[in-house]
Write a protein that binds this ligand. Sequence first.
Ligand SMILES: Nc1ncnc2c1ncn2[C@@H]1O[C@H](COP(=O)(O)OP(=O)(O)OP(=O)(O)O)[C@@H](O)[C@H]1O
Ligand SMILES: [Mg+2]
Length: 240
Amino acid sequence: MNPVPTSMAAPPAVPFVAASAIGKSYGGAQALHGAALSVLPGEVHGLVGANGAGKSTLIRILAGLTQPDTGEIAIEGRPVAIASPHEASALGMSFIHQELAFVPDMTVIENIMLGLPKKKTRLGLVDWAAIQRDVAPIIERVGITAPLDAAAKSLSTAENWLISIARALVWKARLIVMDEPTASLSAGECRKLFSIIRGLSASGVAVLYCRTGWTRSSICAAASPSCAMAGRSRSSRVPS
Ligand SMILES: Nc1ncnc2c1ncn2[C@@H]1O[C@H](COP(=O)(O)OP(=O)(O)OP(=O)(O)O)[C@@H](O)[C@H]1O
Ligand SMILES: [Mg+2]
């Protein structure tokens, strides 16, 4: 077989998000020093490190909650300054923090739509029937089986995780960042989450999966086939 001429070779893939030389200090403590991250569309990465390694700091920078002291971030090759969570969302990133953002007294569908623009009827009321029709394929995709009018407080932590993932998909996130997703899930619930993550990856949604510590069973199953370790020892960066 003839080799593909150089001129016809596929161009190198552009990462959905690329961060380089990220530095962040809090007083005397350097939380991040020269941190780099590159996530292609549909890739699943594990952001793994010891307590204090800087994982949450890096996530907070991507989320627009904290500004880095140094470094650059590019989305699809375009340098960006992420000044606020609103800007992070507009750039296609969705963040699921360990403390899940949901309102216990609201229903499943109201929680999925939390903070998202909602279709209105001609009378200016929220058109929940239309919203439910629009969201139905996403609900099926992430495997939410609870009734959409059930109160979120009646659901398990795992089911509320699914609500957060559904919210990210309604928002059409290209990257979903999950902070310590398995911390409060059972082994069976973790397997379900890993299967959802593989499905997200197959549909081109990238996942950054943050986890303290490292064991094969805790992350590799989710992060296959692409897993990049990040984080570092904190001791060398914190003055005594
Ligand atoms: N707002 C803050 N003010 C002062 N120091 C902070 C702040 N946020 C983080 N740090 C420090 O920065 C370093 C990195 O913290 P970070 O929370 O990013 O680590 P982590 O990898 O998420 O740790 P963990 O596994 O415990 O969640 C730590 O030394 C931490 O004490
Ligand atoms: Mg953290």
